[in-house]
Design a protein around this ligand. Structure first.
Ligand SMILES: Nc1ncnc2c1ncn2[C@@H]1O[C@H](COP(=O)(O)OP(=O)(O)OP(=O)(O)O)[C@@H](O)[C@H]1O
Ligand SMILES: [Mg+2]
Length: 491
């Protein structure tokens, strides 16, 4: 390794007198003269008659200030030479006191420089920690919080002041048992790092999921002084994963149901065709005719089921035209009027400037009808059914929250009831064909599968929001027809 010497600076006076044009600032240590000698000998070098021959001198560049007397001293920091300093041309000879004073002065100056650099380093670290989007919590060795960064305040809803002095258990959600926390504590008090996932509770009571790494901080003699937790809120990521999984599952069921329904439909059409042929013939014994008609009825309702499965798997043809959802709402309202119990109030909140969509009006009616009938079924006695339409522009953020909803303009159809609501497990399955919680004979479990199929075929999105004993809202987003600007004709 070559040790080099870098000339950092001169005093102002030297600059005024020095005429060296192009001073070589970096030199190999072995090429340096007296000033390098202070490093080689690890002590101050005093030369009071500079002109006298001296074996350590290596010459000076042209224009250098004339030297009469010279003192060079090494600067020590933690037993290491970090610089040398040279002074020259004192009126009288340099003595031991001069070299000692210079050394002390420079060592002290260097310590100031170092502590300044350390503070600067500390400031950078603090800025990084404070600005981190990840939560950072520092506790003492007993687990009492002594520092939280702003991300913690943002995620938990608690202020710094509320958290400092507390134990992180204030965030406990109750979702983990005692053995979970014991395993964590045993790991970190054993000097090891723990990684895992927490379900924690915010100040407002909502839970959130975070991925955490908790490490012990050891002092010079290996004793634990603190614990540092770095945590990332993964609630949204997990939701997106679940949505993706759900979408893939629906796709798979759709493919399966579609293939089956298609073939089965062909068989039913053959059966119905022959039945029609037989029944159109004359002179059938009355009993036989009645039995055949019974078979035809059953085959037709079979064909109807199959048709709904085909809609779910998006294997039907559609009659697409420009549709204003408000018209559909009006039609369904008059249909509903007859089937709704008296104590269910129907409220319509339609946006009069609703954007038009491209859709099959018959299918739109089916979507709204199915949603409204489910709402009615969820309110056996009294309640309110609200049907709302509005224009909505989804931005990138929505795109991130709800997988697959592309940013853009949508007509939103919302159907809200004040009914029974559903638990999480039920809500996971509602769009699957034949999923029903209704008693046998009351529901086929195809209503929402049909809705799902139609909405997906439109390039739309259906999102269900439900709370047990409070009610349910279905939000259906239909992409709006984007106007293509008319081409200008020039003649
Ligand atoms: N508004 C709602 N409130 C509460 N639960 C609902 C609501 N809408 C749907 N569900 C639940 O979703 C299940 C599936 O609904 P879906 O419309 O697909 O089938 P269904 O209503 O049971 O039968 P079908 O519509 O074929 O007659 C219902 O059985 C019910 O458990
Ligand atoms: Mg239904």
């Amino acid at each position: 390794m070559t040790q080099v010497f870098t000339l950092i600076g001169y005093s102002k006076e030297v600059f005024k007198e020095c005429k060296v044009d192009d001073y070589k600032r970096i030199r190999k240590l072995e090429e340096t003269g007296l000033w390098g000698e202070a490093v080689r000998q690890r002590k101050a070098i005093v030369v009071n008659d500079y002109k006298a021959p001296n074996r350590f001198k290596k010459g000076q560049p042209e224009g250098h200030v004339e030297l009469l007397r010279y003192l060079a001293a090494p600067v020590f920091y933690a037993d290491r030479i970090v610089a040398t300093v040279g002074v020259a041309n004192k009126e009288s000879d340099y003595n031991d006191t001069d070299s000692m004073q210079l050394s002390l002065l420079m060592d002290a100056a260097w310590r100031i420089i170092e502590s300044h650099a350390a503070r600067e380093q500390e400031r950078k670290l603090i800025t990084a920690v404070e600005q981190s989007a990840d939560s950072i919590v520092i506790t003492d060795s007993s687990g009492t919080i002594i520092y939280v960064n702003p991300a913690v305040e943002k995620i938990t809803g608690y202020s710094k002041r509320e958290l400092i002095g507390q134990n992180p258990r204030v965030l406990k959600s109750g979702e983990h048992d005692q053995s979970f926390y014991k395993a964590l504590w045993d790991t970190i008090t054993d000097g090891k790092t723990w990684s895992g996932r927490f379900v924690n509770r915010r100040k407002d009571g909502a839970t959130y999921k975070e991925e955490a790494t908790i490490s012990p901080v050891l002092n010079g003699v290996g004793k634990i002084t603190n614990f540092v937790a770095v945590k990332r809120d993964v609630t949204k990521n997990l939701e997106l994963q679940a949505q993706l999984f759900q979408a893939q599952k629906m796709e798979a069921i759709g493919t399966l149901a579609g293939g089956f329904a298609h073939d089965f439909n062909n068989l039913l059409q053959v059966i119905l065709g022959y039945l029609d042929l037989i029944l159109s013939g004359q002179d059938l014994p009355a009993q036989l005719q009645a039995n055949l008609e019974e078979i035809r009825r059953a085959a037709r309702s079979g064909a109807d089921l199959v048709k709904r499965m085909l809609i779910f798997s998006r294997k039907t043809s559609t009659q697409i035209e420009s549709v204003n959802l408000n018209t559909i709402v009006e039609q369904v309202r008059s249909l509903l009027g007859r089937s709704m119990p008296k104590l269910i109030e129907i409220e319509l909140l339609t946006d009069t400037d609703l954007w038009a969509i491209n859709a099959d009006p018959g299918q739109m009616e089916q979507v709204l009808m199915n949603l409204a009938i489910n709402a009615r079924d969820a309110m056996p006695d009294v309640g309110r059914l609200t049907i709302e339409t509005q224009n909505i522009v989804l931005d990138e953020e929505h795109h991130n929250v709800h997988l697959g909803v592309k940013p853009g303009r949508y007509a939103l159809l919302s159907v809200t009831d004040t009914g029974t609501g559903m638990d999480e497990e039920t809500a996971k399955h509602i769009f699957e064909p034949f999923f029903t919680t209704k008693e046998a004979g009351k529901g086929t479990g195809l209503g929402l599968s049909v809705v799902y199929g139609i909405v997906e075929q439109q390039g739309g999105k259906i999102i269900c929001d439900s709370q047990l004993s409070v009610g349910t809202t279905f939000n259906v987003y239909f992409p709006v027809i984007e106007e293509v600007p008319n081409a200008q004709c020039h003649t």
